[in-house]
Design a protein around this ligand. Sequence first.
Ligand code: NAP
Length: 225
Amino acid sequence: MPTVFITGANRGIGLEFVRQYAADGWTVVATARDPDSAAELNAIESDVTVRALDLDGDFFQIDWNGLVGTKPIDVFINNAGVMGPTKLDTIEHAAAMVHALAVNTVAPVVLAKAMLPLVAATKGKMVALSSKMGSIADNGSGGFIAYRATKAGLNAAWRSLAIDVRDQGVVAATLHPGWVQTDMGGANAPVTVEDSVAGMRRVIEGLTPERAGGFYNYDGAAIPW
Ligand SMILES: NC(=O)c1ccc[n+]([C@@H]2O[C@H](COP(=O)([O-])OP(=O)(O)OC[C@H]3O[C@@H](n4cnc5c(N)ncnc54)[C@H](OP(=O)(O)O)[C@@H]3O)[C@@H](O)[C@H]2O)c1
């Protein structure tokens, strides 16, 4: 069976990705900051390996190659992400934005680079969970400067990545999961985590080289940059 590698898999959208791929018999490599306390993830009875990954730490301290392993990967899902500061009025907010940039924008690219040979081995796919809030064209309401900037940066990075990896047969794209009922999305969000992930899995399944480098909603519709 194919292998999927998912970050931020102990709760929310990441956990649901693990549940659905595992239920379909995929081999799953899942990361969590603290695997020992990831009770719902550890309870999934399938071919699921959990590895520790905490992006709050020093990038130099992370063994990126050890983390990704040596087995070919069919689908890499960069899911872990943070909202960051909702305001940008103080130096403390600015410091928190730097942290959010590290987690949402820089770490995904570092991880993708470490994983590339393993994904190229299967001519697989690399997707990043972005957000419509990272769309500059869609921003009519302002606010959320940190989150929007980190996801816009992720979109720009992943677009370049998609171009850089296509000669190796790898298809990369960014996805918007919808406004989803998770800790981040809140209880008022209209989309269930099950529907969001089922939709994104269909989009990932349908990612052809022609759709590489795009930014897609969980229903497959293209989102303007
Ligand atoms: N929910 C929505 O409506 C929505 C909308 C658009 C985009 N998204 C994006 O979808 C992705 C998943 O969102 P979600 O709603 O599932 O969020 P969530 O419920 O807040 O879960 C976030 C996940 O990221 C992990 N994470 C956070 N900081 C981390 C760090 N420093 N190192 C490693 N892992 C870290 C969390 O681990 P811990 O449990 O250890 O904190 C958790 O597993 C995110 O990239 C988010 O920006 C969500």
